[in-house]
Ligand binder design. Structure first.
Ligand code: NAP
Ligand code: 12T
Length: 336
């Protein structure tokens, strides 16, 4: 991308939970935004968002929205990305897309800046932001892979409702109110009650019995790490938490890694913060990680069931590192 002192940045889905976070992260990190163009559907067009203390008018997303746009951050669902990302590219913008529709396209780099920043250089207009659960897992595992070569990963997730968007956050809050006042529950966003419950079901089921969310973790991890040989088995679970995903991860390595070695490696790994002192009650918690930028790692212990295995617990803010922050970090690499 041609170097400029400031860039015209469109945010598609600027009123959503991820879009809102994108605006605050662009502001916090002082991204060189010359003009901000917040785009949404007719539900929100005409309203305003606040950016750097100023009210900015939300415009309706149309095929003409991208004239003069340098960077377009998309976070309005897969259908919008499928239809409008090529339109934005044609108009000369670089698209950083949060949906799953472009991630596995061989022409599209899938990027976590701490892991594979150089893949950005190969872009042809669209750069994909990985799934939230994939991002936090690869930030924690790539440094261990570089030292000891991971051959197999078994992961179970504990994913918050904000991953599904604003309606799902409202649904969890409403069901909690209903249950505590002995009212009736009528699930709408999720197929079953989510308050005080866990659902082993995120995104659609495939004929194999896995969900699409589980297969995103398998396929995206291999693409980002650039290693198709890693065996990965995932179980993705929705839990009644508003923000932050937790992951129980078990790895098998080619070279033996001790707990101490893993701690040393992770203590200087980019984007990682160790919270690992169980005897003092210190381990990553979703309520602590919410609103922060790091991928928190703790509970590192040896897996005694195999000769070379480790278990760990990983937590990150799915709206920030899992979505908006990672997208803005990609934009930062792009203009570097
Ligand atoms: P959300 O809170 O429901 O917000 C959806 C946003 O999209 C709103 O701004 C909405 O605008 C806009 N929108 C919806 N349909 C539109 C249309 N036809 N034209 C223009 N704008 C439209 O959802 P969210 O959680 O922010 O998620 C948005 C998308 O980001 C998800 O669908 C997913 O693809 C992606 N996502 C990715 C990750 C990740 O893992 N990296 C995590 C979460 C989400 P209105 O105000 O006009 O309705
Ligand atoms: N279904 O980016 O519901 O592919 O938590 C992210 C989050 C898809 C995605 C969720 C989802 C994605 C969710």
């Amino acid at each position: 991308m041609n170097k400029k002192s400031a860039y015209t940045v469109a945010v598609v889905g600027a009123t959503g939970v991820v879009g809102t976070e994108m605006l605050s992260i662009l502001e916090e990190r002082k991204f060189p935004v010359g003009q901000l163009l917040p785009l949404a559907s007719s539900r929100s067009a005409g309203g305003e968002v606040t950016f750097r203390g100023d009210a900015v008018k939300i415009k309706l997303l149309t095929k003409d929205s991208f004239q003069g746009v340098d960077i377009a951050l998309f976070s309005a669902g897969g259908n919008v990305s499928k239809e409008y990302a090529p339109v934005a590219v044609k108009a000369g913008a670089v698209v950083i897309d949060n949906s799953s529709v472009w991630r596995m396209d061989p022409q599209v780099p899938l990027v976590v800046p701490e892991v594979n920043p150089h893949d950005i250089e190969k872009h042809q207009g669209i750069i994909a932001n990985p799934n939230c659960s994939t991002i936090q897992m690869v930030v924690a595992l790539k440094p261990l892979h570089d030292h000891a070569t991971i051959t197999r990963i078994v992961v179970s997730t504990y994913q918050s409702v904000s991953g599904t968007g604003k309606d799902a956050m409202d649904e969890l809050a409403e069901q909690c109110r209903q249950l505590l006042s002995f009212g009736d529950i009528k699930p709408k966003v999720y197929p079953h009650q989510i308050a005080f419950n866990c659902l082993p079901h995120i995104d659609d089921f495939l004929p194999s019995g896995y969900t699409k969310e589980e297969m995103k973790m398998v396929n995206e991890t291999r693409k980002i790490m650039g290693d198709e040989s890693i065996g990965i088995a995932a179980t993705t679970v929705r839990v009644p938490v508003f923000v932050c995903h937790g992951e129980s991860i078990n790895i098998e390595t080619e070279k033996k890694l001790s707990v101490e070695e893993a701690r040393t490696i992770l203590s200087t790994a980019p984007g990682v913060q160790l919270h690992d002192d169980p005897s003092m009650g210190v381990y990553p918690l979703q309520i602590d990680a919410a609103g922060t930028d790091a991928v928190f790692v703790g509970r590192i212990r040896e897996d005694d069931s195999i000769p070379k295995g480790l278990s760990l617990w990983v937590v990150a803010d799915n709206l920030r590192k899992g979505a908006a922050l990672n997208a803005v970090q990609i934009a930062e690499e792009l203009v570097k």
